[in-house]
Write a protein that binds this ligand. Sequence first.
Ligand code: NOJ
Length: 559
Amino acid sequence: MKAEQPARAWWKEAAVYQIYPRSFCDSNGDGVGDLQGILGKLDYVQRLGVDVIWLNPIYRSPGVDNGYDISDYRSIDPRFGTMADFERLLAEVHRRGMRLVMDLVVNHTSDEHPWFIESRQSKTSPKRDWYIWQDGAQGGAPNNWGANFGGSAWTRDEATGQYYLHLFAPQQPDLNWENPAVRDAVFDMMDFWFRKGIDGFRMDVISLISKAGYADGPLLPGGQYGDPMPQCANGPRVHEFLREMDRRVLSRYDCLTVGENAGNTPELACRYAGFDAGELKMTFQFDLMDVDGGERDKWNACRRWKLADIKSVMTRWQTQLDGKAWNALFWENHDQPRSVSRFGDTSSEERRVRSAKMLATCLFLMQGTPYIFQGEELGLVNRHFASLEEIDDLQTRGNCADRLARGVPMENVMAVVNYISREHARAPMPWSDAPNGGFTTGVPWVPLHPGYTGLNAENQLRDPDSVYNYYRALLALRKGSMVLLYGHYALQMPESEQVYAYTRTLNGQTALIVCNFSGQAADCPLLSAWAGRPPALANYAGGPENRTLRPYECAVYLE
Ligand code: NOJ
């Protein structure tokens, strides 16, 4: 018999809205979104019914990886505004009863961070040991590791002839967490933001901070580079480091923390974020994002996902964490394409709307905290890219360059880009049908989706049947129902290739969620037990008829 109800906590009941500041709203016409822009849209965010805003990095940064290369952790990048703007934003978020979570990027800094500038000066620099420096081997890099953004994970530095490690771009040198002075500096910095009043951190690639060793890794597709992950993900001291972080900083604040954990599994999630682990509150898992990926590398190939894989991934995570740890639920973030293009159907406007609502219903009513990426609540879709020149993102460009160098035809490379690139998520928010969707009065840093004249927030706020208004209803339903917040999950109709159905149960109460992932009608015998009872939420007026779900139909029944 399962423990009846996990202990209540605000971060379990919350829904999180992720803002990618660069693409949210531009207040000063320079084409880049900013903090004043966010301030002007807080009513919109609050109206949706979310409780927490997670901001992608807004710290001072050269912007090589759009803020994930930080050169000063304690100041706001001038692109986004000033510290006074930030403080005002934080106060306004709190005034509305919401909370604000920042991005913590401490696996690496920018190469323009003063720590690295000092570190690279000489082998005897007091900060030398703040980063990971090694001699070359056989006239080349210390090992065969490839960087996440293409090329080698090592760059030779002229000043000393040694190589430094960067699991991402060369402008993102990895910090050496083995050095206690690095940990002191990071914990101090976190404290600085907590003292300002923030409510938590989303921790960038936090499972990579402890490296097990530096031997060659197994060859990645293409055979040019080795995979650093076996030695970098979930390394030997990562739990010790996180417990130290908890002891010295996190445990002193009532905060939400969520780890971005490469290589996560349910077992690891319980270690990192078990209710008694003393580390994090929850972790993101990537199994769901991998259901259509190529082997060990999303750029290698893409395959059509199967509903059976989605069910088995989510069922594993739902059942193995229940009572032990908390799930973080997402279809989208700034590193993913738009979910309705990927898992839904964009072949007609009707199908876009129905399938976007269905996807939200399916995932966000599971046990866990929903994370909604800006524009997901509008059912925004991918753009089409005709050539690599249209791509700003360095991850996409770097990985495409590697594949082209291996002789992969451009046509195949572009097909993968159009399917999976994170560039899709980064198109600016369409607020209205004004020029550039009202995102900016200037020239946007990357173009909007050309469909913004029809697909925009203003239209959806007006339309009671919009994706936006459905999200509002969905979040309100979840928030008001203990069974939807805390109930135990059980998969139903496991064999169906069209329908994802599950129940949530708590203290004798049951909720049933049924979702047709296909464009054809689907038999759903489970519905007979609920005949005559109206659904609490549905994406077709009146809900399902005759034990059958129409294309992309979903419904929620509450006892
Ligand atoms: C993961 C972030 O989500 C991604 O956007 C970033 O490029 C890398 N970490 C490097 O910080």
